[in-house]
Each structure stands twice: as C-alpha cells, then as structure tokens.
Design a protein around this ligand. Structure first.
Ligand SMILES: [Zn+2]
Length: 237
C-alpha cells in the first residue's frame, strides 16, 4: 500500500473556550485553537485536507510560541506550492474555518460528504458558521458514506459535530493516521477514559460515536484544532 506523510499548515488560530471542543467538560477555560490545512504528500496529486481561514489576526505572544502560523499562500510556498497547484481538497466539514481558501484553488476538485454540502447550501440557523456561497463556482464532488478515495486514503463518515463530517484515514510508515472530521482537541481523547463528544454538535450521541470510531481505528490521531499539532513539521515525525 502507498505510504503518505501529513504536513499540518497552521492557517489561523483563535482564542475560544474549551467547552467549544468538549461537551460538558472544560467550560470556562480559555484556550487557543489552531486552524489547519493538512498537506498530504506521497500522491501523484497535490492534496489538501481543509483550507483554513482566509484572514485572521493572532497576537505577537502566540506567534512567538507558534512561529508556523502563516497565511494560506505563505504556508503553501514553504512547500513550493501555490493555491493554483492544488489538485484535490478533501473536506472534514464545511464550517468556515475549514474552507475559506477554497476559492483560491481554482484547479482543485473538492471532495465533501453530500449531507455536509447540502447543509452548507441550506444551513439551519442554529449554526452561524456556514456561508452558503463559499464554494460557489468550484468543482465540488460529493460522496455518501465511507469512501475509498485512493490507494492508502479512505474517507470515513463521522457525523455529529455537523451532519456530514468525514474523517480522513491516511496510511503512513507508522500505521494509520486519522484526521478527525469534527472540531476537537486532545481533551476529546483522554487516555484514561471514554472519548468526549464535540462541544459543538448537531447530534451529540452521533458525535460521541464518531469520536469513539476514529480513536479505535487510528494508530496516530491528529486532533483537528489542537495547538500542538501545528508544531509538527510532518506526521509521522
Ligand atoms: Zn467545526
């Protein structure tokens, strides 16, 4: 089977409450969350998982600690890539902090679960982070359910945080690395107990089961918004 490496690009960061990540846990604790695009290397094509935020402001003390926080174009340039050179974008889900740079990737095919794309186009007002025009005019292809994308890369339907979240399972030299299809950090996966459902959810029980599913299958789990993920140059190291 083909082996890949995953390179987290930190295209944004924001201050929030831990309760955004962990249902019924950590409320009132202020944290920083990283916003990532993940470059997958090892395929014939240039592949990204999510594209992050278009514009963001991060204070100097956070930049000092996390110097890899760069805008989308600068992040890609570190790998001699440009937005136009991206062939394929896989979306975990379509909250705006995961897809704001898609419009720059004019040559990319965008893969998303049908339930998620439908929700983007017709969002429920309970969740204000869907902007229906974000993927307008782009080459969107929907899939339904678990989907074998290519040798060594599988998409796993993991709803709950949103209606059609999908996790990305990537074969590496150190086993199966999984990018969860829902907003989380390391506190969702405590070593000494059950997983914690996403704090933001459309179905908390489905979110719990999705978190359990990815933890069970992953040799390497990459919490989607954990600040420490951005310090990793590549996965596996
Ligand atoms: Zn989200």
């Amino acid at each position: 089977m083909r082996e890949y490496t995953i390179h987290p690009l930190t295209v944004g960061a924001r201050e929030t409450d831990q309760g955004i990540m962990t249902y019924l846990r950590g409320y009132g604790k202020t944290i920083w969350m990283g916003v990532y695009a993940f470059l997958i290397k090892g395929a014939e094509q240039n592949i990204l998982v999510d594209t992050g935020l278009d514009q963001f402001v991060v204070p100097d003390h956070i930049l000092a600690e996390y110097p890899n926080i760069l805008d989308f174009e600068e992040s890609l340039a570190r790998f001699d890539l440009s937005p136009e050179s991206i062939d394929l974008i896989i979306h975990t889900h379509l909250h705006n902090d995961h897809c704001e740079n898609d419009y720059k990737c004019t040559n990319a095919k965008i893969i998303v679960q049908k339930a998620e794309y439908d929700f983007l186009l017709n969002p429920h007002p309970i969740d204000y982070r869907y902007f229906p025009d974000l993927l307008d005019g782009l080459n969107v292809e929907t899939v339904e359910g678990d989907f074998h994308l290519m040798d060594g890369i599988d998409l796993i339907l993991t709803p709950g945080h949103t209606p059609g979240g999908q996790s990305v399972a990537v074969h590496t030299s150190a086993g199966l690395a999984v990018i969860p299809g829902f907003c989380c950090n390391s506190k969702n996966f405590p070593a000494d107990g059950p997983v914690v459902a996403p704090g933001v959810h459309t179905d908390a029980i489905a979110g719990f089961e999705s978190a359990q599913r990815v933890r069970k299958m992953a040799d390497i789990l990459i919490p989607l918004h954990d600040m420490e993920v951005g310090k990793m140059e590549k996965i596996p190291a």
